[in-house]
Design a protein around this ligand. Sequence first.
Ligand code: HEM
Length: 208
Amino acid sequence: MDREPIFSQERQITDAGRHTGRAKRWIAEESRSPAGRSRKTETSISLHNLKESSLRFCEPCLFRKKERLVAMAGGKVYSFEEVAKHNEREDCWLIIAGKVYDVSPFMEEHPGGDEVLLACTGKDATADFIDIGHTATAKELMPQYCIGEVDASTIPSKIAYRVAPEDASPKPDADSGGAWLTVLQLAVPLLLLVLAFALQDFAKSKTQ
Ligand code: HEM
């Protein structure tokens, strides 16, 4: 299968710099050509919007084509909370590499099934997406579902998972058992010490 490594932190960071240069060259190129002139403003906006955070997360392939860069300029910036609300089969949004994807129309077609996509809502699905080893074909499909970017500052650093009440509540039996164990741990050596002295005294008195 045609698998290529993507989203590795190291590659994202080094490529981020390259994208900027490449994109800038493209703007210069576009603004020179009469056809490109009308798109100049739009493209400049797109580059202006590409903050450090989005560049850091960007997948080099997604930037290769000019159309994709322009498409990103129209994309909205969503908060993590807003994206997380879309967690149903008919309304399913995913966060992958800093971008937001509305995969609702893709649920039935997704070769991996809709359940996996649903399971990836309400979190950053980048790692899951990478772990599968999606091919270039999958990555080519992605831009059509991209609806914007996620505001990186709103992504919780650690997702708090709900713990069932019975697991979370302290167990009284275990606690009192623990206290007894501590008492025994202190008392047993003391008792042994006292016993040793008593035996020593007894032995001495016998010899006298
Ligand atoms: C916009 C997002 C996504 C697109 C466009 C997409 C597309 C695809 C495509 C085209 C395939 C067929 C194999 C390939 O060409 O790589 C595939 C397979 C698969 N995908 Fe996705 N996918 C997306 C997100 C996800 C996410 C977030 C997961 C979560 C784990 C996932 C799990 C899987 C699984 C389990 C398979 C089956 C792999 C296999 O059978 O070997 N996908 N996906």
